[in-house]
Design a protein around this ligand. Structure first.
Ligand code: DP6
Length: 389
């Protein structure tokens, strides 16, 4: 399987007289280990740096979307998100995705008059997330990936998965990476029209079978500063971001790709944590400063750091690459944390350490029912999410 998004059923002809053109797809979230933060073109969603993520493969964090063509006289597209109708007119990104998909279908119909005329028919779109929306759990990534894949299937678009990822990118940058399973890079590209800014699979979902992801839900409240708005404030005001774009991310992309190919967990962990730290540092370097992590998030960082330090073996040689992370200076990492634009932690770790780490998390951050000070600890629950089957 090359795609992460699945089509559950496609364009099922109902009766000879009236074919039903409807598709239901499901797509998972992805969690970046080299973060995307900043756009060089906000309309086309072209990033200021490449990024790399892991697509989570189990059923806990997914969007499921149905798209259906209706009769021409049922004028206008309509969308329901988690059971509530949302305005398509209010979302330029959504309108752009629909317009791009229709443009491609129109071209296909012009080239092959035998194709049913779907491009001009109104659409009904129904999407549900099985997790909190806009809480820093990448709901826009799975949502737009899922919509894109559903439209791609409904319209039988003649695009590779990477090419289709450009449609998802226009909806939400990180969404382009959820079209693939496994380890996925979003190559920033160089062109002004965005034709080369797309996702590519670095390694499939079967490549690193004992890699697991734990999602520690610190809070499922909507975040104060959305990613789209926050990253542009960073682009406008952070000098640290310029340094990150110019010299840090290009090297880390190479190092992370090599670490994944070699299944080198030490390098993977060092780079993942260093990049999460730097992402939150550029948020702090933004004016007004953006705080996504809270006290619980920071306590989890301290716990993971202390846990790793019980096992890592310092190596005398300094890191020749000069990265801020102590890359290649120690071995024995057991877990890596990363945080997106919210307080929730994602831990990547080898399967053999999951039970121990869950034990530690539940000891230090007991679920509310068992906690003496539940209101202080917040909703520090944990969900076990294998990153691969
Ligand atoms: C911190 O993809 O949500 O999760 O392109 O404006 O929709 P837009 O932003 P979005 O930003 C995600 C930022 C991040 C890092 C990442 O996923 O790479």
């Amino acid at each position: 399987m090359t795609t992460a998004a699945h089509a559950a059923h496609a364009a099922a002809p109902a009766a000879a007289a009236a074919a039903v053109h409807e598709v239901t797809c499901s797509a998972p979230v992805n969690i970046a280990v080299i973060k995307y933060w900043g756009k060089r073109d906000t309309a086309l969603v072209l990033p200021t740096n490449s990024s790399l993520s892991v697509t989570l493969s189990q059923d806990h964090l997914r969007s499921t979307t149905t798209v259906r063509c209706v009769a021409a006289d049922e004028a206008g597209d309509r969308l329901w998100l988690n059971g509530k109708e949302e305005s398509i007119a209010a979302s330029k990104r959504l309108r752009n995705v629909l317009a791009d998909a229709r443009r491609l279908r129109r071209a296909a119909e012009a080239a092959d008059p035998a194709l049913p005329a779907l491009a001009e028919l109104p659409l009904r779109i129904c999407s549900v997330n099985n997790f909190p929306t806009a809480a820093g759990l990448a709901s826009s990534a799975s949502g737009f990936a899922c919509l894109t894949y559903a439209l791609h299937t409904l319209y039988s678009l003649p695009l590779s998965v990477s090419e289709a990822s450009r449609l998802a990118r226009v909806g939400s940058g990180s969404a382009c990476r959820s079209l693939f399973g496994g380890f996925v890079a979003w190559e920033m590209g160089q062109r002004d029209d965005g034709a080369d800014s797309m996702a590519v699979q670095v390694a499939s979902e079967t490549h690193w079978p004992d890699m697991e992801a734990l999602i520690l839900v610190v809070s499922d409240a909507r975040k104060d500063t959305g990613s789209t708005e926050g990253m542009q404030q960073t682009v406008e005001t952070s000098t640290l971001l310029r340094e990150r774009i110019a010299s840090v991310v290009p090297r880390r992309m190479r190092q992370m790709t090599a670490a994944i190919h070699a299944r080198d967990f030490d390098s993977f962990a060092e780079l993942t944590m260093a990049d999460s730290n730097q992402f939150h540092a550029v948020c702090l370097d933004t004016y007004p400063p953006i705080f996504y992590m809270n006290d619980i998030s920071r306590a989890i960082i301290r716990l993971v750091t202390a846990y790793n330090r019980l096992f890592i073996k310092p190596v005398a040689a300094a890191d020749a690459a000069g990265d801020s992370a102590p890359a290649a200076t120690s071995r024995g990492y057991r877990a890596a944390y990363t945080y997106d634009a919210g307080p929730n932690a994602v831990l990547y770790l080898p399967r053999e350490h999951v039970t121990e780490v869950l034990g530690l998390v539940n000891h230090f951050f007991p679920p509310p029912a068992a906690a003496d000070h539940a209101e202080y600890f917040g909703r520090a629950a944990s969900a076990f999410l294998p990153a691969v089957d």
